[in-house]
Design a protein around this ligand. Structure first.
Ligand SMILES: [Zn+2]
Ligand SMILES: [Zn+2]
Length: 432
Protein backbone atom coordinates (compact mmCIF):
# COMPACT_ATOMS: atom_id res chain seq x y z
CA UNK A 1 0.00 0.00 0.00
CA UNK A 2 1.30 3.39 -0.96
CA UNK A 3 2.22 5.86 1.73
CA UNK A 4 -0.27 8.45 0.44
CA UNK A 5 -3.07 5.88 0.30
CA UNK A 6 -2.41 5.01 3.94
CA UNK A 7 -2.66 8.65 4.96
CA UNK A 8 -5.86 9.08 2.94
CA UNK A 9 -7.43 5.92 4.41
CA UNK A 10 -6.52 7.12 7.89
CA UNK A 11 -7.99 10.61 7.42
CA UNK A 12 -11.12 9.82 5.37
CA UNK A 13 -13.19 8.75 8.45
CA UNK A 14 -12.47 12.09 10.19
CA UNK A 15 -13.68 14.00 7.13
CA UNK A 16 -16.78 11.85 6.80
CA UNK A 17 -17.54 12.13 10.52
CA UNK A 18 -17.58 15.91 10.09
CA UNK A 19 -20.01 15.57 7.18
CA UNK A 20 -22.17 13.03 9.04
CA UNK A 21 -22.39 15.03 12.31
CA UNK A 22 -23.11 18.22 10.34
CA UNK A 23 -25.84 16.46 8.35
CA UNK A 24 -27.52 15.30 11.55
CA UNK A 25 -27.25 18.77 13.05
CA UNK A 26 -28.66 20.60 10.02
CA UNK A 27 -31.55 18.40 8.92
CA UNK A 28 -34.65 17.18 10.75
CA UNK A 29 -33.86 13.89 12.47
CA UNK A 30 -35.69 11.59 10.03
CA UNK A 31 -33.93 12.88 6.93
CA UNK A 32 -30.72 13.59 8.86
CA UNK A 33 -30.36 10.03 10.13
CA UNK A 34 -31.15 8.49 6.74
CA UNK A 35 -28.65 10.72 4.99
CA UNK A 36 -26.06 10.13 7.73
CA UNK A 37 -26.43 6.36 7.29
CA UNK A 38 -25.99 6.81 3.54
CA UNK A 39 -22.89 8.91 4.15
CA UNK A 40 -21.50 6.24 6.48
CA UNK A 41 -21.84 3.65 3.72
CA UNK A 42 -20.38 6.21 1.34
CA UNK A 43 -17.31 6.45 3.57
CA UNK A 44 -17.03 2.65 3.60
CA UNK A 45 -17.34 2.61 -0.19
CA UNK A 46 -14.71 5.29 -0.69
CA UNK A 47 -12.24 3.45 1.52
CA UNK A 48 -12.86 -0.15 0.40
CA UNK A 49 -13.65 0.33 -3.28
CA UNK A 50 -11.98 3.56 -4.32
CA UNK A 51 -8.87 3.73 -2.17
CA UNK A 52 -8.19 0.07 -1.42
CA UNK A 53 -10.20 -1.72 -4.11
CA UNK A 54 -10.73 -4.84 -1.98
CA UNK A 55 -13.62 -6.79 -0.38
CA UNK A 56 -14.64 -5.26 2.99
CA UNK A 57 -13.50 -8.25 5.07
CA UNK A 58 -10.24 -8.80 3.23
CA UNK A 59 -6.77 -8.44 4.66
CA UNK A 60 -6.26 -5.33 2.54
CA UNK A 61 -9.06 -3.51 4.39
CA UNK A 62 -8.59 -4.87 7.90
CA UNK A 63 -4.83 -4.49 7.59
CA UNK A 64 -5.20 -0.85 6.53
CA UNK A 65 -5.33 2.16 8.87
CA UNK A 66 -9.08 2.52 8.17
CA UNK A 67 -10.32 1.33 11.57
CA UNK A 68 -7.61 3.22 13.42
CA UNK A 69 -8.80 6.25 11.41
CA UNK A 70 -12.32 5.72 12.78
CA UNK A 71 -10.92 5.77 16.31
CA UNK A 72 -8.86 8.86 15.51
CA UNK A 73 -11.87 10.67 14.02
CA UNK A 74 -14.03 9.78 17.03
CA UNK A 75 -11.34 10.97 19.46
CA UNK A 76 -10.90 14.15 17.45
CA UNK A 77 -14.57 15.18 17.58
CA UNK A 78 -15.07 14.17 21.20
CA UNK A 79 -11.99 16.27 22.10
CA UNK A 80 -13.17 19.13 19.88
CA UNK A 81 -16.62 19.30 21.45
CA UNK A 82 -15.11 19.19 24.90
CA UNK A 83 -12.71 22.06 24.21
CA UNK A 84 -15.13 24.25 22.28
CA UNK A 85 -18.37 23.63 24.18
CA UNK A 86 -18.32 21.54 27.33
CA UNK A 87 -15.30 22.70 29.33
CA UNK A 88 -16.36 26.38 29.22
CA UNK A 89 -20.01 25.78 29.93
CA UNK A 90 -19.80 23.36 32.84
CA UNK A 91 -18.01 25.42 35.51
CA UNK A 92 -19.52 23.49 38.41
CA UNK A 93 -18.07 20.20 37.19
CA UNK A 94 -14.35 20.73 37.65
CA UNK A 95 -13.69 17.19 38.89
CA UNK A 96 -15.55 15.55 36.01
CA UNK A 97 -13.78 17.85 33.56
CA UNK A 98 -10.42 16.94 35.09
CA UNK A 99 -11.28 13.25 34.97
CA UNK A 100 -12.33 13.55 31.36
CA UNK A 101 -9.20 15.48 30.40
CA UNK A 102 -7.04 12.88 32.11
CA UNK A 103 -8.85 9.94 30.48
CA UNK A 104 -8.75 11.66 27.11
CA UNK A 105 -4.99 12.24 27.23
CA UNK A 106 -4.40 8.72 28.54
CA UNK A 107 -6.59 7.32 25.78
CA UNK A 108 -4.82 9.26 23.01
CA UNK A 109 -1.38 8.37 24.35
CA UNK A 110 -2.13 4.66 24.74
CA UNK A 111 -3.86 4.54 21.36
CA UNK A 112 -0.74 6.03 19.79
CA UNK A 113 1.50 3.60 21.68
CA UNK A 114 -0.63 0.57 20.78
CA UNK A 115 -0.34 1.54 17.12
CA UNK A 116 3.35 2.35 17.06
CA UNK A 117 4.92 -0.16 19.47
CA UNK A 118 6.37 -3.40 18.18
CA UNK A 119 3.86 -5.89 19.64
CA UNK A 120 6.52 -8.48 20.45
CA UNK A 121 9.39 -9.35 18.20
CA UNK A 122 10.51 -12.97 17.93
CA UNK A 123 14.17 -13.43 17.07
CA UNK A 124 15.05 -14.99 13.74
CA UNK A 125 18.07 -17.17 13.07
CA UNK A 126 21.09 -15.07 12.17
CA UNK A 127 22.22 -17.26 9.31
CA UNK A 128 21.60 -20.46 7.36
CA UNK A 129 23.71 -22.52 9.73
CA UNK A 130 21.68 -21.50 12.77
CA UNK A 131 18.43 -22.16 10.91
CA UNK A 132 19.68 -25.60 9.92
CA UNK A 133 20.61 -26.49 13.47
CA UNK A 134 17.22 -25.34 14.77
CA UNK A 135 15.39 -27.47 12.22
CA UNK A 136 17.60 -30.47 12.91
CA UNK A 137 17.14 -30.12 16.64
CA UNK A 138 13.36 -29.90 16.41
CA UNK A 139 13.21 -32.74 13.90
CA UNK A 140 15.39 -35.00 16.03
CA UNK A 141 13.04 -34.37 18.96
CA UNK A 142 10.12 -35.25 16.72
CA UNK A 143 8.37 -31.96 17.18
CA UNK A 144 9.07 -30.03 14.04
CA UNK A 145 5.61 -28.74 13.24
CA UNK A 146 3.57 -25.58 12.75
CA UNK A 147 3.45 -24.95 16.47
CA UNK A 148 7.17 -24.94 17.08
CA UNK A 149 8.39 -23.54 13.78
CA UNK A 150 7.08 -20.77 11.54
CA UNK A 151 7.64 -21.55 7.88
CA UNK A 152 6.88 -17.98 6.82
CA UNK A 153 9.46 -16.36 9.10
CA UNK A 154 11.67 -19.47 8.92
CA UNK A 155 12.23 -19.18 12.64
CA UNK A 156 11.44 -20.99 15.87
CA UNK A 157 8.10 -20.06 17.36
CA UNK A 158 8.14 -19.11 21.03
CA UNK A 159 5.46 -20.55 23.29
CA UNK A 160 2.19 -18.57 23.10
CA UNK A 161 3.29 -16.75 19.94
CA UNK A 162 1.52 -16.73 16.60
CA UNK A 163 2.31 -15.72 13.08
CA UNK A 164 0.02 -12.84 12.07
CA UNK A 165 -0.82 -12.95 8.38
CA UNK A 166 -1.72 -9.28 8.29
CA UNK A 167 1.50 -8.03 9.83
CA UNK A 168 3.45 -10.90 8.28
CA UNK A 169 5.49 -11.64 11.37
CA UNK A 170 5.40 -13.72 14.52
CA UNK A 171 4.25 -11.92 17.65
CA UNK A 172 5.23 -13.05 21.15
CA UNK A 173 2.37 -13.85 23.56
CA UNK A 174 0.00 -13.06 20.73
CA UNK A 175 -3.43 -11.89 21.83
CA UNK A 176 -5.13 -10.88 18.59
CA UNK A 177 -4.60 -8.70 15.56
CA UNK A 178 -6.57 -5.55 16.23
CA UNK A 179 -7.60 -3.46 13.19
CA UNK A 180 -8.67 -0.70 15.58
CA UNK A 181 -5.06 -0.10 16.57
CA UNK A 182 -3.70 -1.16 13.17
CA UNK A 183 -1.38 -3.60 14.87
CA UNK A 184 -1.12 -6.95 16.56
CA UNK A 185 -1.72 -6.99 20.29
CA UNK A 186 1.13 -8.94 21.82
CA UNK A 187 3.35 -9.01 24.86
CA UNK A 188 4.89 -5.56 24.29
CA UNK A 189 1.77 -3.50 23.63
CA UNK A 190 -0.95 -5.45 25.45
CA UNK A 191 -0.70 -3.24 28.50
CA UNK A 192 -1.06 -0.10 26.37
CA UNK A 193 -3.99 -1.72 24.57
CA UNK A 194 -5.87 -2.43 27.80
CA UNK A 195 -5.10 1.06 29.12
CA UNK A 196 -6.43 2.42 25.85
CA UNK A 197 -9.78 0.59 26.20
CA UNK A 198 -10.01 1.35 29.91
CA UNK A 199 -9.46 5.09 29.42
CA UNK A 200 -11.83 5.02 26.45
CA UNK A 201 -14.65 3.51 28.52
CA UNK A 202 -14.09 5.88 31.47
CA UNK A 203 -13.66 8.85 29.13
CA UNK A 204 -16.94 8.21 27.33
CA UNK A 205 -18.76 7.92 30.66
CA UNK A 206 -17.30 11.28 31.82
CA UNK A 207 -18.06 12.84 28.44
CA UNK A 208 -21.71 11.76 28.54
CA UNK A 209 -22.05 13.02 32.08
CA UNK A 210 -20.66 16.41 31.00
CA UNK A 211 -23.04 16.50 28.03
CA UNK A 212 -25.90 15.82 30.45
CA UNK A 213 -24.63 18.56 32.77
CA UNK A 214 -24.27 20.98 29.87
CA UNK A 215 -27.82 20.43 28.66
CA UNK A 216 -29.40 20.57 32.06
CA UNK A 217 -27.69 23.91 32.86
CA UNK A 218 -27.43 25.70 29.55
CA UNK A 219 -30.64 25.06 27.70
CA UNK A 220 -33.48 27.45 28.61
CA UNK A 221 -36.48 25.55 29.86
CA UNK A 222 -38.71 27.38 27.42
CA UNK A 223 -36.68 26.34 24.37
CA UNK A 224 -39.06 25.24 21.67
CA UNK A 225 -38.29 21.80 20.25
CA UNK A 226 -38.74 20.98 16.60
CA UNK A 227 -42.28 19.88 15.77
CA UNK A 228 -41.04 16.66 14.18
CA UNK A 229 -39.19 15.47 17.27
CA UNK A 230 -40.58 12.20 18.66
CA UNK A 231 -38.54 12.18 21.86
CA UNK A 232 -39.80 13.56 25.21
CA UNK A 233 -40.06 17.38 25.13
CA UNK A 234 -37.03 18.02 27.36
CA UNK A 235 -34.77 15.80 25.24
CA UNK A 236 -36.12 17.46 22.09
CA UNK A 237 -35.33 20.94 23.27
CA UNK A 238 -31.86 19.80 24.38
CA UNK A 239 -30.96 18.07 21.15
CA UNK A 240 -32.31 20.93 19.05
CA UNK A 241 -29.95 23.34 20.86
CA UNK A 242 -26.72 21.48 20.16
CA UNK A 243 -27.42 18.77 17.62
CA UNK A 244 -23.73 18.38 16.68
CA UNK A 245 -22.81 17.72 20.31
CA UNK A 246 -25.74 15.31 20.62
CA UNK A 247 -24.62 13.41 17.53
CA UNK A 248 -21.04 13.11 18.83
CA UNK A 249 -22.32 11.99 22.22
CA UNK A 250 -24.57 9.32 20.68
CA UNK A 251 -21.72 8.07 18.51
CA UNK A 252 -19.43 7.86 21.55
CA UNK A 253 -22.13 6.02 23.53
CA UNK A 254 -22.52 3.47 20.75
CA UNK A 255 -18.87 2.55 21.25
CA UNK A 256 -19.35 2.22 24.97
CA UNK A 257 -21.29 -1.04 24.83
CA UNK A 258 -18.85 -3.17 22.89
CA UNK A 259 -15.70 -1.63 24.36
CA UNK A 260 -17.01 -2.32 27.90
CA UNK A 261 -17.61 -5.99 27.06
CA UNK A 262 -14.18 -6.17 25.42
CA UNK A 263 -12.56 -4.55 28.45
CA UNK A 264 -14.19 -6.99 30.89
CA UNK A 265 -13.17 -9.93 28.74
CA UNK A 266 -9.59 -8.65 28.51
CA UNK A 267 -9.30 -8.02 32.25
CA UNK A 268 -10.69 -11.47 32.99
CA UNK A 269 -8.15 -13.01 30.63
CA UNK A 270 -5.33 -11.15 32.33
CA UNK A 271 -6.32 -12.55 35.72
CA UNK A 272 -6.41 -16.05 34.21
CA UNK A 273 -3.15 -15.58 32.30
CA UNK A 274 -4.70 -16.56 28.99
CA UNK A 275 -4.74 -14.68 25.69
CA UNK A 276 -7.68 -14.16 23.38
CA UNK A 277 -6.16 -16.66 20.97
CA UNK A 278 -5.81 -19.28 23.70
CA UNK A 279 -9.41 -18.80 24.82
CA UNK A 280 -10.60 -19.32 21.28
CA UNK A 281 -8.50 -22.45 20.81
CA UNK A 282 -9.19 -23.94 24.22
CA UNK A 283 -12.22 -25.94 23.22
CA UNK A 284 -10.38 -27.59 20.35
CA UNK A 285 -6.80 -27.92 21.45
CA UNK A 286 -6.39 -27.12 25.11
CA UNK A 287 -4.00 -24.58 26.48
CA UNK A 288 -1.38 -23.70 23.86
CA UNK A 289 -2.57 -26.67 21.84
CA UNK A 290 -1.25 -28.93 24.59
CA UNK A 291 2.22 -27.41 24.52
CA UNK A 292 1.83 -25.95 27.97
CA UNK A 293 1.46 -29.12 29.94
CA UNK A 294 5.04 -29.67 31.05
CA UNK A 295 8.50 -30.01 29.70
CA UNK A 296 7.88 -33.71 29.44
CA UNK A 297 4.57 -33.25 27.72
CA UNK A 298 6.07 -31.01 25.11
CA UNK A 299 8.00 -33.85 23.67
CA UNK A 300 4.90 -35.50 22.48
CA UNK A 301 1.68 -34.17 21.18
CA UNK A 302 -0.82 -34.40 23.97
CA UNK A 303 -3.98 -33.84 22.04
CA UNK A 304 -5.25 -36.27 19.44
CA UNK A 305 -6.14 -33.47 17.06
CA UNK A 306 -2.64 -32.14 17.15
CA UNK A 307 -1.47 -34.88 14.92
CA UNK A 308 -2.89 -33.00 12.00
CA UNK A 309 -0.61 -30.04 12.54
CA UNK A 310 2.23 -30.79 10.32
CA UNK A 311 4.90 -28.56 8.90
CA UNK A 312 3.43 -25.55 7.22
CA UNK A 313 0.28 -25.59 9.24
CA UNK A 314 -0.27 -22.54 11.28
CA UNK A 315 -1.62 -22.35 14.81
CA UNK A 316 -4.69 -24.39 15.70
CA UNK A 317 -6.88 -21.44 14.87
CA UNK A 318 -5.29 -19.65 11.95
CA UNK A 319 -7.88 -16.90 12.12
CA UNK A 320 -7.02 -15.76 15.57
CA UNK A 321 -9.92 -13.93 17.09
CA UNK A 322 -11.03 -10.73 18.73
CA UNK A 323 -11.01 -7.98 16.16
CA UNK A 324 -9.12 -10.35 13.99
CA UNK A 325 -10.94 -10.61 10.71
CA UNK A 326 -7.86 -9.65 8.84
CA UNK A 327 -5.84 -12.67 9.74
CA UNK A 328 -8.05 -15.00 7.79
CA UNK A 329 -6.82 -16.16 4.48
CA UNK A 330 -8.42 -14.05 1.80
CA UNK A 331 -10.61 -16.20 -0.34
CA UNK A 332 -13.62 -18.42 -0.21
CA UNK A 333 -13.75 -18.90 3.53
CA UNK A 334 -14.04 -15.18 4.01
CA UNK A 335 -16.94 -14.81 1.65
CA UNK A 336 -18.88 -17.59 3.31
CA UNK A 337 -18.65 -15.71 6.61
CA UNK A 338 -21.88 -13.90 7.45
CA UNK A 339 -21.72 -10.17 8.01
CA UNK A 340 -22.90 -10.66 11.62
CA UNK A 341 -19.96 -12.99 12.23
CA UNK A 342 -17.64 -10.48 10.62
CA UNK A 343 -18.88 -7.62 12.79
CA UNK A 344 -18.67 -9.76 15.95
CA UNK A 345 -15.13 -10.66 15.01
CA UNK A 346 -14.27 -7.04 14.30
CA UNK A 347 -15.58 -6.01 17.70
CA UNK A 348 -13.72 -8.86 19.37
CA UNK A 349 -16.92 -10.39 20.72
CA UNK A 350 -17.05 -13.55 18.63
CA UNK A 351 -15.31 -15.75 21.16
CA UNK A 352 -17.84 -14.82 23.82
CA UNK A 353 -20.69 -16.04 21.67
CA UNK A 354 -19.13 -19.42 20.80
CA UNK A 355 -20.73 -22.06 23.01
CA UNK A 356 -17.83 -24.49 22.70
CA UNK A 357 -15.44 -21.86 24.09
CA UNK A 358 -17.65 -21.14 27.08
CA UNK A 359 -17.95 -24.86 27.80
CA UNK A 360 -14.22 -25.40 27.53
CA UNK A 361 -13.54 -22.46 29.82
CA UNK A 362 -15.99 -23.75 32.39
CA UNK A 363 -14.31 -27.16 32.39
CA UNK A 364 -10.71 -26.17 31.99
CA UNK A 365 -8.62 -26.95 35.00
CA UNK A 366 -6.08 -24.49 36.37
CA UNK A 367 -3.51 -27.24 36.13
CA UNK A 368 -3.66 -27.15 32.38
CA UNK A 369 -2.06 -23.71 32.26
CA UNK A 370 1.50 -23.66 33.60
CA UNK A 371 1.60 -19.86 33.36
CA UNK A 372 -1.35 -19.43 35.70
CA UNK A 373 0.17 -18.40 39.04
CA UNK A 374 -2.90 -16.96 40.68
CA UNK A 375 -4.69 -13.69 40.04
CA UNK A 376 -2.20 -11.34 41.63
CA UNK A 377 0.93 -12.77 40.04
CA UNK A 378 -0.86 -13.10 36.70
CA UNK A 379 -1.64 -9.39 36.80
CA UNK A 380 1.93 -8.54 37.81
CA UNK A 381 3.32 -10.71 35.06
CA UNK A 382 1.03 -9.01 32.58
CA UNK A 383 2.03 -5.54 33.74
CA UNK A 384 5.75 -6.31 33.73
CA UNK A 385 5.60 -8.15 30.39
CA UNK A 386 6.94 -11.38 31.82
CA UNK A 387 9.33 -10.19 34.53
CA UNK A 388 7.19 -11.61 37.33
CA UNK A 389 7.63 -15.14 35.97
CA UNK A 390 11.16 -14.35 34.87
CA UNK A 391 10.18 -14.99 31.29
CA UNK A 392 11.22 -13.42 27.99
CA UNK A 393 8.14 -14.23 25.93
CA UNK A 394 9.93 -13.48 22.67
CA UNK A 395 12.36 -16.34 23.20
CA UNK A 396 10.53 -18.76 25.46
CA UNK A 397 10.46 -22.12 23.73
CA UNK A 398 9.81 -24.53 26.58
CA UNK A 399 8.13 -24.46 29.94
CA UNK A 400 10.94 -25.02 32.48
CA UNK A 401 10.85 -28.57 33.81
CA UNK A 402 10.57 -27.29 37.38
CA UNK A 403 7.97 -24.66 36.54
CA UNK A 404 8.30 -20.92 36.76
CA UNK A 405 9.98 -19.01 39.55
CA UNK A 406 7.91 -19.43 42.69
CA UNK A 407 7.75 -17.25 45.71
CA UNK A 408 9.56 -18.71 48.71
CA UNK A 409 7.43 -21.15 50.64
CA UNK A 410 4.96 -21.67 47.84
CA UNK A 411 4.07 -25.20 46.94
CA UNK A 412 6.29 -26.31 44.12
CA UNK A 413 4.94 -27.62 40.90
CA UNK A 414 1.35 -26.66 41.47
CA UNK A 415 0.77 -26.44 37.77
CA UNK A 416 2.08 -29.86 36.93
CA UNK A 417 -0.68 -31.70 35.13
CA UNK A 418 -2.81 -33.79 37.41
CA UNK A 419 -5.01 -34.49 34.44
CA UNK A 420 -8.26 -33.18 35.74
CA UNK A 421 -11.19 -32.95 33.44
CA UNK A 422 -10.43 -30.51 30.67
CA UNK A 423 -6.77 -30.34 31.56
CA UNK A 424 -4.06 -31.81 29.46
CA UNK A 425 -2.02 -34.64 30.92
CA UNK A 426 1.66 -34.77 30.26
CA UNK A 427 2.27 -37.66 27.93
CA UNK A 428 5.39 -39.72 27.91
CA UNK A 429 7.24 -39.32 24.67
CA UNK A 430 7.10 -43.05 23.95
CA UNK A 431 3.34 -43.12 24.26
CA UNK A 432 2.91 -40.95 21.23
ZN1 LIG B 1 6.09 -16.13 11.60
ZN1 LIG C 1 -1.09 -8.46 13.17
Amino acid sequence: MQHNTKIAVFLVPTLFFYIIFTTISLLPWYTGLCLAAAEFFGMHHVVTKVLLDAPPSSTAVTGSPYFAGIIFGSLFFVGWEWVTVLVRSTPGYAVTNLCFGFCFLLCCYNFFRSVTLDPGACPKPADEAELKSIIEELASEGRLNGQTFCVVCMARKPLRSKHCRVCDRCTARFDHHCPWVWNCVGVSNHRQFIMFILSLVLGVICFNYLVYAYFSHNVPSDAVPAASCILPTTLCSWTSQKPFLTAVSIWASLQLLWTSILLLAQLWQVTKQVTTLEVSNLSRFGFMGGRGTSALGQEGLTHPKQGQHMMGDDEPNPDGIGGHPSASAPGQRQHSKSSTAFILQLLGLDRLTAKSNRRALAHSSPNSNPFDQGVWRNCLDFWTTGRELGVEYGSLYDVPSDGFAKKPGEENGRWKGKGRKGGYEPVQAEEV
